[in-house]
Design a protein around this ligand. Structure first.
Ligand SMILES: Nc1nc2c(ncn2[C@@H]2O[C@H](COP(=O)(O)OP(=O)(O)OP(=O)(O)O)[C@@H](O)[C@H]2O)c(=O)[nH]1
Length: 604
């Protein structure tokens, strides 16, 4: 049985703005400590998920154990908890941070501080972590380490002389960083003789071992074979296996005070082993749970429907499994007159939505139809009741509504000063209100605005990037709810309202958006055998109309009167080519139509 003195443990995360080199640096630390070989590093081990490698981003946090022999001759156990960098995943960053005592803050020496650098530093400070600031990419010709070190001192209050300089790519400055981890990050100071308290900071589901909880042992120890109890849910389980990620799962006899590792619980019910809960021993339970996490709050909602109606239960099972690896995902069954049975899902943001959808399709072989994303509205009814509405189709008739409140975000945009005008124009065009402007240096500012979430979920980030040639960065937090003059815009296809195409829009923009949407739909919905009118309406008032002309008769005419099987073959072939279509009434509507709203601004 290995006993490690807590003095020789260091638990930390690496935090960074996206693309500043967090993954490259993590892999370099693994290589320098002999945890992986150079070849393995090249294969970018930490970004193991296919999807991550393709998108080049880190989605799930991971916890890897390394051993480092320092200049003082002592061997230290490092537990590196990797965190995702994208704005949608701030929730996971917070969880990972709470499992350690320190954070390495990576800043690209050619880019300087970006929006998520700030957001991550605030999260680290909230968790009382020791921060080691590191300038990465000093090998780049455009790197200006002295300037960025001063920026770090001025904006973040971390002394410039404490800032380390590395090139993760070339392996420069990594020794000094390893020493700084030993010297600057405090060891854990848990109580070895107290009953076990282990914080669950992540989990995944394994078909053979059940729920695998990623844990930080705060007090006591967790031996293999022990009977465990979850303090929050009361569920009990056996520790089938305990171990550490090195980086593969490696079984051990026990996890001791201060250590980070995993425990396989055999639990099949994901709800019984929740991230944020405390694990203790059934034989000698701790009394007080560790402070948990704020549950992640979904911000964006969309309907997910199987293209094949028979796949409904498969979709439900897949969502349940995914949820284990993704605590932020929420879903409830919903029924659409147009699309049948499906689920209303809640996501942290659009990137999160895209990832969930792709994982469902790739890992579970599902063909899905997804509706346009919506935010959550607070609706005060004339009878005094307040309801929340996250599906435009559920919005009550205008006559029953007293007022509607929508979520408002506080956004921070960091940008070179030359783009301020263009950003102002973008933000005010989306009902944004200026809050403040702060200079980071003579060439760069942090702009703050309040803006409705519904205006930024769609393509705000892309527009911001294209207006600033990629130079601006964005971060956002919920600032509260505000009343607004909102109306429901219905879309009628062939005279029938299609619930899945309804939208909530501001009254001032309703006409323009209705026009743009019907024009767009006219292009997206394929011609049918008959003429199809497409209308946008508010209540019973039609505000825009387009017509899809009928298909020319001679396409199928060839088959008439002749060979029936040939006609059937032709129709089947067409069907295959249009997999992602839904029959709505007598009209086939393709997936793109349900997402048409996403590309509206490109037209207006
Ligand atoms: N020149 C140079 N490029 C680097 C260095 N470190 C990382 N990069 C490159 O910067 C890009 C982003 O690096 P990643 O390690 O994927 O960044 P990340 O912060 O982990 O990104 P996410 O996981 O998506 O948040 C990659 O193309 C790296 O090859 C460095 O020291 N020098």
């Amino acid at each position: 049985m290995s006993m490690v003195d807590q003095q020789h443990i260091r638990n930390f995360s690496i935090i960074a703005h996206i693309d500043h080199g967090k993954t490259t640096l993590s892999d370099r630390l693994l290589e320098m400590t002999g945890t992986i070989s150079e070849r393995e590093r090249r294969e970018q081990l930490l970004d193991a998920m296919d999807l991550e490698r393709e998108r080049g981003i880190t989605i799930k946090s991971k916890a890897v154990r390394m051993h480092y022999t320092a200049r003082d001759g002592q061997t230290y156990q490092f537990n590196l908890i990797d965190t995702p960098g994208h704005v949608d995943f701030g929730f996971e960053v917070g969880r990972a941070l709470a499992a350690g005592e320190g954070a390495i803050l990576v800043v690209d020496a050619s880019q300087g501080i970006e929006a998520q650098t700030l957001a991550n530093v605030y999260l680290a400070l909230e968790n009382d972590l020791t921060i080691i600031p590191v300038l990465n990419k000093i090998d780049l010709p455009g790197a200006d380490p002295d300037h960025v070190a001063m920026e770090i001192e001025q904006v973040l209050g971390l002394p410039a002389e404490d800032v380390l300089r590395v090139s993760a790519k070339q392996g420069v400055g990594i020794d000094a960083l390893l020493e700084a981890i030993v010297e600057r990050i405090p060891p854990p100071h848990g109580q070895h003789d107290r009953p076990l308290r282990a914080l669950i900071f992540d989990s995944h589901y394994d078909p053979y071992k059940g729920v695998i909880a990623y844990v930080r042992i705060v007090d006591g120890a967790l031996p293999v074979g022990a009977r465990l109890r979850m303090l929050g849910t009361g569920a009990e389980a056996d520790a089938l296996e305990v171990g550490a990620f090195r980086p593969q799962m490696t079984p051990l006899d026990l996890l001791d005070t201060g250590e980070v590792g995993y425990v396989a619980t055999g639990l099949k019910q994901i709800g019984e082993c929740q991230v944020g809960d405390t694990i203790t021993l059934a034989s000698m339970p701790a009394e007080i749970a560790l402070p948990g996490y704020r549950p992640a709050k979904p911000m964006v909602f969309a309907g997910l429907y199987p293209v094949d109606t028979n796949a409904y239960t498969d979709l439900r099972d897949a969502l349940e499994k995914l949820k284990l690896n993704d605590a932020a995902l929420s879903f409830v069954p919903e029924k659409s007159a147009a699309l049948g049975f499906g689920f209303r899902c809640g996501f942290l943001g659009l990137l999160h939505m895209e990832i969930v959808r792709e994982r469902l399709e790739r890992e579970y072989g599902l063909d899905l139809l997804i509706t346009a994303p919506s935010v959550e509205y607070q609706v005060l009814l004339s009878n005094g009741d307040v309801i929340t509405v996250d599906n435009p189709a559920d919005m009550p008739d205008a006559g029953r509504i007293e007022s509607i409140e929508e979520p408002i975000m506080l956004i921070t945009i960091i940008t070179p000063t030359r783009y301020i005008g263009s950003i102002m124009e973008l933000v005010t065009g989306k009902r944004g209100v200026f809050e403040s402007m702060e200079h980071l240096d003579p060439q760069r500012v942090a702009l703050k605005y309040k803006i409705p979430l519904s205006e930024i979920v769609v393509d705000f980030y892309d527009q911001l990037k294209s207006r600033t040639q990629g130079y601006a960065s964005l971060d956002y937090t919920l600032a509260g709810y505000q009343p607004a003059d909102l109306v429901k815009l219905d879309i009628l296809v062939n005279g029938q309202p299609v619930d899945a195409l309804s939208l909530i829009v501001h009254r001032d923009f309703a006409y323009a958006q209705g026009r743009a949407l019907v024009e767009r739909l006219r292009k997206l919905i394929p011609r049918q055998m008959f003429e199809v009118p497409i209308q946008a309406a508010i209540g019973s008032k039609v505000i825009a109309r387009e017509t899809i002309r009928a298909m020319r008769k001679d396409v199928l005419a060839k088959c008439y009167g002749g060979d029936v099987t040939r006609k059937r073959k032709l129709l089947e072939k067409q069907k295959e080519g249009k997999k992602r279509m839904k029959m709505v009434g007598s009209v086939e509507i393709p997936q793109e139509a349900f997402m048409a709203v996403l590309s509206l601004n490109a037209d207006t």
